[in-house]
Design a protein around this ligand. Structure first.
Ligand SMILES: [Zn+2]
Length: 449
């Protein structure tokens, strides 16, 4: 750390140069598959790499890399320069790095531009330390992490594979497993519901749902009573134009942690059933999706020692008399797509509706005792002295699923809340320096693996 601290100002100056580019995905242009912003951020990062004396390569503006060392093996660090849109609610300009009380603010500082700077300085410290770099260290800079990771698909097509490495786009002390994913859609055309509209994306819990029924089809008082017994944040039952309108507000949460949310559609439908509304769709929904978020209704209530399967319903829509519901499943890391298909098969069709599997993705899993996980974890413990928390398994997906040989490692510290994807995204400057120290040690450990 005593070698890193004096570098703080120049590190922040370089971070400011990355933050000033609004690098969220734009319209594809000739030679710029993700638009102007990501290409400009990539050019800037490669320029910074050149100024620091490293080799740089631009891979058709999909991604690029900054490299040092020699040898046939490559230790890769896969970070990303693209961001999600700045959105509303900022107290500072999201594209001007702003320092305040030991923190810096700006879109991308924690996800993932700060990690780019930390990795670059880890490379610099290693080069200057005198250790012989008999493996190459390659900082890969992706430009499409937030919208599909096509950048890494391109990398795999045109470049050498990595020997090992990490993506600094998750959490410390490392993520040794990422659950498998399965996207499904439930459809039903047998319903007395006049209209239903809930949720905004498939990968978040449906947090708002408006349902319309014909008057007389259910008792508004019974319905209010049933709704009052749910965890909904708020609800109203009104009668207008011979219709009963139920407006239910729940709580959004990421699809990988659906139990942290309250599904407005699911609780509306369970209240309808409790109030005596008899309906094929309501029955089919509660049977297959239900309230538990555990996949039981699809034969998928499974778990392993690293975690449970989770199920999320994000969107409910009615169009031309057909109600569709999105289902986002994250399944345990020791299961395969094939097993999921087999387990769910008996539950997909019924006389009330259908469930279709749209996509399946295999999980990622490295045993905690594997050299990769141990090498990274040991670096975290050596630098922070914290061995109380172990590498984990998550339900989300990182570059580790796109690039063989790596896992997510940092850059968020345990219990940090850096407002990633939210207004006022921030980064603790002390943590940026600590990240740099951890990455320096991590690369050293992987060199010796
Ligand atoms: Zn990210």
């Amino acid at each position: 750390m005593e070698l890193i601290r004096p570098l703080k100002d120049e590190m922040l100056a370089k971070l400011a140069r990355l933050v000033k580019h609004d690098s969220h995905q734009g319209e594809a242009l000739e030679g710029k598959p993700f638009g102007e912003g990501p290409a400009a951020a990539l050019a800037e990062a490669l320029e910074i790499g050149r100024e620091m004396g490293f080799r740089t390569v631009n891979l058709d503006n999909y991604c690029g890399y900054i490299e040092t060392g020699a040898g046939s093996d490559i230790i890769g660090i896969a970070a990303h320069l693209d961001i999600v849109p700045a959105g509303e609610g900022w107290e500072t300009d999201p594209f001007t790095l702003t320092e305040k009380d030991g923190w810096v603010y700006g879109r991308g500082v924690s996800d993932d531009k700060g990690a780019v700077i930390a990795a670059l300085y880890a490379m610099k410290l290693l080069r200057e330390s005198g250790v012989s770099l008999d493996k190459r260290i390659r900082l890969i800079l992706g430009c499409n992490e937030e919208s599909g990771s096509l950048c890494m698909k391109h990398y795999n097509e045109v470049e050498e594979p990595l020997t090992s490495g990490f993506t600094p786009d998750g959490n410390f002390p490392g993520i040794h497993g990422e659950k498998g994913m399965c996207a499904m859609v439930l459809r039903c055309s047998s319903s007395k519901i006049v209209s239903i509209e809930g949720g905004f994306v498939s990968n978040a819990v449906c947090n708002h749902c408006v349902t319309k029924l014909e008057a007389e089809s259910v008792s508004p008082d019974k319905l209010r009573h049933a709704l009052s017994r749910t965890p909904l944040t708020s609800y109203s039952v009104t009668e207008e134009d011979n219709l009963i309108v139920i407006d239910a507000v729940g709580t959004a949460a990421h699809a990988s942690t659906p139990l942290l949310g309250v599904n407005a559609a699911a609780y509306t439908l369970s209240a309808l059933k409790e109030a005596g509304f008899k309906d094929d769709f309501v029955d089919f929904y509660l049977d297959r999706i239900g309230l538990a978020c555990d996949g039981a209704g699809l034969g998928l209530k499974i778990s392993d020692k690293y975690g449970d399967l989770t199920l999320n319903n994000g969107i409910v829509r009615m169009e031309n008399g057909v109600i569709t519901c999105t289902i986002d499943i994250r399944f345990p890391v020791t299961y395969t797509c094939e097993q999921i298909k087999e387990l769910a098969a008996p539950y997909l069709n019924s006389d009330k509706g259908t469930v279709e599997i749209l996509r399946l993705n295999e999980p990622l899993f490295y045993p905690p005792e594997s050299p990769l996980v141990r090498g990274l974890y040991n670096a975290y413990v050596e630098v922070t002295g914290d061995s109380s928390i172990k590498p984990m398994v998550i339900g989300g997906g990182t570059y580790a699923k796109s690039l063989p040989g790596i896992i997510a490692f940092g850059c968020e510290f345990p219990d940090a809340d850096n407002h990633i994807h939210d207004a006022n995204e921030k980064l603790d400057i002390e943590e940026l320096l600590e990240q740099t120290a951890i990455y320096t040690q991590a690369i050293l450990n992987l060199m010796q693996n």
